[in-house]
Design a protein around this ligand. Structure first.
Ligand SMILES: [Fe+2]
Length: 462
C-alpha cells in the first residue's frame, strides 16, 4: 500500500504513489486545458493503480459535468470504486465523495455545498475549484461563479501550477457579474502565462460580447485561433465568433461558421457542440433567415435525448431542433417526459425545468406556429428568472431575443419598443438592436424615429 502524499500544490492525497499523483495532475490539466480526453488519462493511471481513491473521484467528478444520462453508469461505477476504498480516504477525499454522491442523487446544489466545503478546507484544491465554478455555471448561480474564486484567489500566486486556470475562472465569474474591466484584465493575464487556455479566451470573448465590442471580438478570436482552433472548446468559441457577426448583421458569416464548424453532419458531435449549433441556427431564424435543411441532422442528434429530463438547459436546445424541424412526436415526447418527471421527481433540475425550461419550450412551439402573442405572454413573466436555466447571459439572451421578435410579429409595438430600447441601451453598438427599435417605431407609425434608428444601424455598419 502506498503511503499518503501531496499533490503539486501541497493538497493531501491518501494514496501517495508519485506516478499515480502525476497521472491525476495530467488528467486535471487535460480537463482544464480542454485538450485530449481527461477520462482516458485517468483510466490509464487507474489501470496501474486501482486503489488510487482520488483517481476514481476525479473520474466520477469530471463525469458530473457532462450532463448526459449516457455517462451515468460510468459515473456511478467510478464512485462505487471510490466507496469501496473509502476507509482509506482522507477528509478531502471524503468531501469529494459526498459531493458526487449528492450529485448522483440529483442534489446538484447539495453537491456544490460539499465541494465548497472541501475548497474552504483546501483552498488550493484546483479540482474542487474547477467543479464548483463549472457547476455554478451549469446551475446559473451567477454570483457564485465569481465568488467561489474570490474566496481563494489571494491564497494563489503565479508560482503555483494551474494559476492561469484560476485566473480564467475568475475572469469568467467577473464578466458574468458585469465587471468587464477586471474580467478582461484577469483573462489577459491568464493568456500571457499560457496562451493555450481556451477558457480564458472564452472569458475575454464574453467581455467583448457583453460590452458590444464586435469588431474587437472578431479580431481577438482570429488572433487567438492558433491556440483554441483545435481544442475541445472550439465549437463554443466559433459560436461566440458568430454572435459578433450576427450583431453586425453579417448573417452570411454566421452561416459560414455554422457550415464549417458547427454543422452536425461534419462533426461527430457532443452535447456542447449540438447546443451551440441549435442556439446559432435559432438566432439566425429569429433574424429572418431561412436555414434550409440544416435543422434535420441536428434534430437527429438530439432525438435520443428527448426524454432525458436531466437538465432543462439541454431540453430547451433539443426543443429548438424539434420545433424547427417540425418533429411533432419528438416535441410530445419531450413535454410528456417532463410532465411525468415534474410530477414525481424532487431533484435540483425540477425547479429549472418548471420555472424556465418548460415555459420556454412551449413558447418556442408558439413561435413556430405563429402564435406570437402566446409566446410573448409565456416569456414576459419569466424573463428575469432565466438565470435559473444555467449557462451564460450570452446564451440565455436567446430567450430575450425570442420575446422581442415575438412582440414585433404579434404587432405589440409598444412592448417591442420597450424591449428593443432596453437592448439598444445595453448594447448600442449592435446593428440588430437598432433595427428592432426601428421596426417598433415603424409599427407605431412614427416613421421619422424609425428612419433615425435605421440610420444609426447603418452608421454602425459603415
Ligand atoms: Fe460562452
Amino acid at each position: 500500500m502506498a503511503n499518503s502524499g501531496f499533490d503539486t500544490r501541497g493538497v493531501p492525497i491518501s494514496y501517495g504513489n508519485q506516478d499515480a499523483i502525476d497521472g491525476l495532475e495530467l488528467a486535471i490539466e487535460t480537463s482544464l486545458s480542454f485538450r485530449g480526453d481527461a477520462i482516458a488519462v485517468i483510466d490509464k493511471t487507474l489501470e496501474e493503480h486501482p486503489d488510487f481513491i482520488m483517481g476514481w473521484l476525479f473520474k466520477a467528478g469530471w463525469l458530473t459535468q457532462a450532463m448526459e444520462t449516457r455517462i451515468y453508469s460510468e459515473m456511478v461505477s467510478a464512485l462505487s470504486e471510490a466507496e469501496n476504498r473509502l476507509s482509506k480516504a482522507n477528509d478531502r477525499e471524503k468531501g469529494h465523495y459526498e459531493a458526487i454522491h449528492a450529485w448522483i442523487n440529483g442534489d446538484f446544489y447539495g453537491a456544490v455545498q460539499k465541494w465548497e466545503a472541501v475548497l474552504t478546507a483546501y483552498p488550493l484544491d484546483l479540482f474542487a475549484l474547477e467543479l464548483v465554478h463549472y457547476t455554478d455555471v451549469l446551475l446559473g448561480d451567477v454570483v457564485g461563479q465569481r465568488d467561489c474564486v474570490g474566496r481563494v484567489f489571494n491564497l494563489w500566486d503565479e508560482s503555483m501550477p494551474g494559476y492561469e486556470f484560476v485566473l480564467g475562472f475568475y475572469s469568467f465569474g467577473l464578466e458574468e457579474n458585469n465587471n468587464y474591466f477586471q474580467a478582461e484584465e484577469m483573462g489577459r493575464r491568464a493568456l500571457a502565462i499560457r496562451p493555450d487556455n481556451p477558457y480564458a479566451v472564452h472569458a475575454v470573448s464574453h467581455v467583448m460580447e457583453m460590452s458590444g465590442r464586435q469588431a474587437g471580438g472578431i479580431r481577438f478570436m482570429a488572433d487567438q485561433r492558433k491556440h483554441w482552433g483545435d481544442s475541445n472548446f472550439a465549437n463554443h468559441l466559433w459560436w461566440h465568433t458568430a454572435l459578433y457577426h450576427l450583431d453586425l448583421e453579417q448573417n452570411d458569416k454566421a452561416f459560414e461558421i455554422f457550415d464549417r464548424h458547427l454543422d452536425s453532419r461534419r462533426n461527430d458531435g457532443n452535447k456542447y457542440e449540438e447546443l451551440d449549433a441549435a442556439a446559432l441556427l435559432w438566432r439566425l431564424n429569429l433574424a429572418g433567415e431561412k436555414s434550409g435543411d440544416r435543422w434535420a441532422h441536428l434534430a437527429d442528434k438530439w432525438e435520443p435525448s428527448a426524454q432525458d429530463t436531466l437538465y432543462a438547459f439541454n431540453d430547451v436546445h433539443a426543443m429548438m431542433t424539434f420545433v424547427s424541424d417540425d418533429r411533432i412526436d419528438a416535441q410530445k415526447k419531450l413535454l410528456s417526459a417532463n410532465e411525468r418527471y415534474l410530477k414525481n421527481a424532487s431533484d435540483a433540475n425540477v425547479a429549472m425545468s418548471r420555472e424556465i425550461g418548460i415555459p420556454f419550450c412551449l413558447a418556442m412551439q408558439d413561435f413556430k406556429s405563429e402564435r406570437y402573442g402566446d409566446c410573448v405572454d409565456r416569456l414576459l413573466p419569466v424573463r428575469y428568472m432565466t438565470h435559473r436555466l444555467g449557462g451564460s447571459f450570452a446564451q440565455r439572451d436567446v430567450i430575450g431575443w425570442t420575446l422581442l421578435e415575438a412582440a414585433l410579429r404579434s404587432k405589440r409595438y409598444d412592448l417591442a419598443l420597450g424591449l428593443a430600447n432596453e437592448r439598444a441601451a445595453l448594447k448600442p453598438t449592435s446593428v440588430q438592436n437598432w433595427r428592432a427599435v426601428s421596426r417598433s417605431f415603424k409599427g407605431l407609425g412614427d416613421h421619422t424615429k424609425a428612419d433615425r434608428a435605421n440610420a444609426r444601424a447603418d452608421s454602425l455598419m459603415a
